[in-house]
Design a protein around this ligand. Sequence first.
Ligand code: SF4
Ligand code: SF4
Length: 501
Amino acid sequence: MVFIKKTKSLCPECFKPVEAEVYDEEGKVWIKKDCPEHGHFKNTYWSDSELYKRVSAFDPSIKSVENPQVNNDMGCPNNCGICSDHETSTVLGLIDVTNRCNLKCPVCFANAAISKKLYEPSYEEIRQMLKSLRDLKPIPTPAIQYAGGEPTVRKDIVGLIKLAKEEGFSHTQIATNGLRLARKKILAQELADAGLNTVYLQFDGVSEEPYIYNRGKNLLPQKIEAIENCRKANLGIVLVPTIVKGVNDQQIGDIINFAINNIDIIHGVNFQPVSFAGRTPANQVEKQRITIPDFINLVEKQTKQIHLDDFYPPSAMEPVSHFIGALEGEEPSATFNCHQHCGIATYIFIENGKIVPVTEFIDVDRFLEFLDDGAQKIDDGGFGIKKRVLFSATKELPKIIDRDKTPESLEISKILLNVFKNRSYDSLREFHRNSLLISCMHFMDPFNFDEDRVKKCVIHYAVPDGRIIPFCTMNSMYRQGVEDEFSVPFKPENISKKIKN
Ligand code: SF4
Ligand code: SF4
């Protein structure tokens, strides 16, 4: 057994914070803890210690908010609000706009009809929540996602997208099951016209079985119809499969292929291994757990063209914004610099029907090193330093990029030089337009909860009393309290009253 770190976790029985230890044993990384009342727990943290070590090198830089709402009096994770101990800013803000839904998924906990409570912030409350995200300093939250429940059951959802744009969010997305996008053909166009950037579409697989297990009925035809309606409205989609062992973990390659076949409108697939609510027996959790290493092994096995080494944690990309920020003489813009063990991603391109991961034609490690070094030189200053660094880029990039292996449609050196020289973000969009982002975020549950990770969370819920709560503490600790405080009885008159506000 090799000790890795001490941290704080949660007891899966009573959800109280407890001291925990992360360690390496027989090629796997584990987390263990003792609750004075409920005993000892040992659970998988990462199922491959070699990969854990490789990724550990990419710890994100600390960028705390300058205007936290609360102090850290009670110690993490008891102060969420956001507190002065939190180590990253909010990159993606989330607002649950309702807990109503037009489905009753067996795996869902937010069903209004079952809970008999309606959680549905008013339009004005949502405006205030948007403002609290935009008021964060030094970096106002750039992106917002409306979630729920099912956000499209709100009659004012189009207005809420406009509202987010008015409040200054450059990126807006909705997390949806797609049923209303399928049924109401005009909705995709209305949302696109209002400024919606991305439909974050729940998509569990390419056959009916995963839907029947996860959602209670076959929803594949509706998903296809929703995608068609988004295509007509030129509204970009990211597919979001919830991966459950034995249900759809054998469809990961097929889902990637489905996205490739619709690459004109699908820009990414963000796989989310199912997380376990407390009270799931620990031995069941161990049987069903899919960690990030399991996920990328499945990708490799099922696609045979995307490999373990093609994946990097999002925090690895920090040098890109550091470099651009240094050129502009500004603070780096918000990057998705969550904890290195929270997520993993790669870009793929398609050339003559074959998958080409970005690592096949860019030496990513060398590229990141070049950017880091360049940004440092600019920060250190010196006569004509920006020009000199840019000049060195024209010489270095051809060594970092293998032209023979670069997809024909992609003028990658030109794109990168455009981004650096002219700060042309349109060029970066061109890179994204031709590629598909394959990513995985492993949300935590009380079994594998790690204070170290949650302190570096960049996905934060805004709630009606002005608090900003990291995703994994919200869902492990705070959700019940927030919903109890701000819910009203689930009656039709309350729904209309809320929406009129
Ligand atoms: S998760 Fe972040 S905001 Fe919450 S208590 Fe810990 S440091 Fe503070
Ligand atoms: S949501 Fe959870 S898994 Fe994702 S960045 Fe935040 S703490 Fe990490």
